[in-house]
Design a protein around this ligand. Sequence first.
Ligand SMILES: N[C@@H](CCC(=O)N[C@@H](CS)C(=O)NCC(=O)O)C(=O)O
Length: 317
Amino acid sequence: MVCIARIRFHGVPAATTTCPMTYHLILGDRSFSSWSLRAWLLFERFGIPVKTRFVDFNDKSVAEHLADLPPARTVPTLLTDDGAVICESLAIAEELATRHPDAGLWPNDPLRRATARTLAAEMHSGFGALRNDCPMNLRATYSGFAPSDDVKADITRIEEIWAHARNLAGDGPWLLGDYSVADAFFAPVAARIAGYGLPVSPDAQAYVDTHLHDPAFRRWRAMGLVRGETLERYKRDYPRVDWPGPSPLDAKPVDSGPSENAVCPYSGDPVTHFMELDGRIFGQASGSATVLSRQNALQKPNTRPSSSMKCVTGSPE
Ligand SMILES: N[C@@H](CCC(=O)N[C@@H](CS)C(=O)NCC(=O)O)C(=O)O
């Protein structure tokens, strides 16, 4: 059955869709999984409802977690209720753009759209030195990192293509004017530049700062700071400094509700954990699956307590 729906999600008017399907997005650790961040931003920034599940990076390999969801071997992986298993972030972006043509994932203007696609594709296939030497770690900010020549070359190229896009559009703050898939794809690069203190031009730094102030990016980072562990394999031995972006607002966990929201804004499941912020109580569902299949990805998640909660925007919306 095909029907037209306009849904509101997280306060963002969602796209008109001829296909009101339930998406299930399987993600990795928020602090360390750069590809997961990209995919999540696509849903969050474009107001597309999604149920999220997280694999634990600490107990077994991602491929083992996803063994029952062929051909998936990596996160993010998107399950659609018509049976697709989409396990490449660029394919997730393209499929969402096709299924939600009014959501604005790509710019409408053909020249901007072509440029946004070019930048996203280059990010998807490139910048290996930066990705290898500076793994995304949203829990640590370093000083004293000395980039190799290969990392410097990657940064030079990134500055070149960012400047090309921003000059072409001329009306930022995002690469092609309004936020597009290209920006979601470069959010983890901005996080690396910030996290490793990589020197960039003032224009590039302004674009990095725009990401650091983006409420969606801040929400993701804040949730990663309070859930999951600091994974040793991503740590580097450089001196630590403070995160250069805005800090999350403090919130404290409370044992019980009722909360202002009955349903978790991230998973769509009934709330199981509660936090207090400025005298108001909000809830979320805390879920993680250790074995994933299409069937159990669609069921109520396992729950486990979180020791503290923080919120970046004053409410989880
Ligand atoms: N080309 C994939 C890359 C996805 C990817 O490499 N994801 C990492 C996490 S950020 C992963 O799942 N690695 C497998 C592992 O760590 O075992 C995409 O665009 O989604």
